[in-house]
Design a protein around this ligand. Structure first.
Ligand code: ZN
Ligand code: ZN
Length: 342
């Protein structure tokens, strides 16, 4: 019975409905006007949408267990490990770096906008390095393994990724003077939106969200980010405001004529938890062991995934350039049809 009770408590925790149950039991609806009340009301939103999405997939007979199996395993594995390390890392960074901040902001709407722009910059840095530095890719790659998009992908992470992301993001934001309370508010908005952009086609066929597709980062943009099509690799690193992708030239729209292929580009067994979770680390250490000389061994840790000491690079940049060159060649080789003029 103890196991059933634990599972029940875990389910309540996952669904995020415990504060709502307390709210109904106490009848103290005034709490909905407070920050805690608002966050407890929004908390169950993503788990609810996830169940709705899986439910629709079941009804329309598109439900495939493999779409949810690995996200579920990684969620269970990360449940305690990642969260506590991350909370400790955030608290440590705030304590250490707050006295060194350039200046200190207050809790006003204009500092919220400033804070959000800085947060997105910090998120861009963490996410960009997660794709461009091999050791950081080992922490981030698990999130890119799923071969279809649905809300469960938002829970698919390597357990050290959240601490790594939060150390970089918190450090930059605190040094830029963002008030910790403002930072937690931004983290909450970012977390909710960051989960929603993983909504799959079973719930939202067209992820462009109309005119919003031009202004903010939509599920469509994030589907592009999860794609391994050469044109889409290493694009759309932002989360809600995609200004930094536009500034740094990594912004990419979803093209109508390109069908998205989800997943990572290397051969892997997506049904093997060890491969999904530790595969990138395994291949990194294999490359390091076989590399000649200390310099090459060190370079494997910091160069982009696909870099090789032999010079035969298969990085995203190389793959994309080859694709663009092939496209260009196909265009120039298209025979020009002579048109008759009357
Ligand atoms: Zn990514
Ligand atoms: Zn994602």
């Amino acid at each position: 019975m103890a196991i059933l009770h634990t599972l029940y408590q875990e389910l309540l925790s996952f669904l995020g409905i415990r504060p709502l149950i307390t709210l109904f039991q106490t009848g103290n609806y005034q709490v909905l006007l407070t920050w805690d009340g608002i966050s407890s009301a929004i908390g169950p939103l993503i788990p609810f949408l996830l169940l709705l999405e899986a439910g629709r997939a079941l009804v329309y007979k598109r439900f495939r267990i493999e779409d949810y199996k690995m996200p579920f395993f990684t969620f269970v594995f990360n449940r305690f490990l990642s969260r506590f390390i991350s909370i400790a890392a955030v608290a440590f960074c705030i304590g250490l770096l707050e006295p060194l901040a350039l200046f200190h902001t207050t809790l006003t709407w204009y500092w919220l906008i400033y804070g959000y722009i800085i947060w997105e910059f910090a998120h861009f840095i963490y996410h960009y390095l997660g794709h461009k530095v091999r050791i950081f890719w080992c922490l981030h790659a698990t999130h890119h393994v799923p071969q279809s998009m649905n809300l469960s992908v938002t829970y698919t992470h390597f357990f050290l990724e959240a601490p790594y992301a939060d150390v970089i993001r918190t450090s930059i934001c605190i040094l830029a003077g963002i008030h910790p309370a403002l930072l937690f508010l931004i983290m909450f908005i970012d977390g909710t939106w960051g989960a929603f952009i993983h909504v799959g086609e079973n719930l939202l066929k067209d992820g462009r969200l109309g005119f919003l597709n031009r202004i903010i980062l939509t599920p469509s943009h994030h589907r592009v980010h999860h794609a391994r099509n050469p044109l889409y690799m290493d694009t759309n690193f932002c989360n809600l405001l995609n200004i930094w992708d536009k500034v740094f030239g990594t912004f990419q729209y979803e093209e109508k004529e390109i069908d998205i292929e989800y997943g990572v580009s290397r051969e892997m067994n997506t049904n093997n938890f060890a491969d999904v979770y530790f595969g990138e680390l395994y291949y990194l250490f294999k490359d390091v062991i076989h590399a000649p000389g200390l310099k090459n061994k060190c370079l494997y840790f910091i160069m982009p995934p696909g870099w090789s000491h032999t010079g035969d690079h298969k990085t995203a940049r190389v793959v994309k350039q080859a694709y663009l060159d092939a496209q260009m060649q196909a265009l120039t080789e298209t025979p020009v049809v002579a048109t008759k003029t009357a």
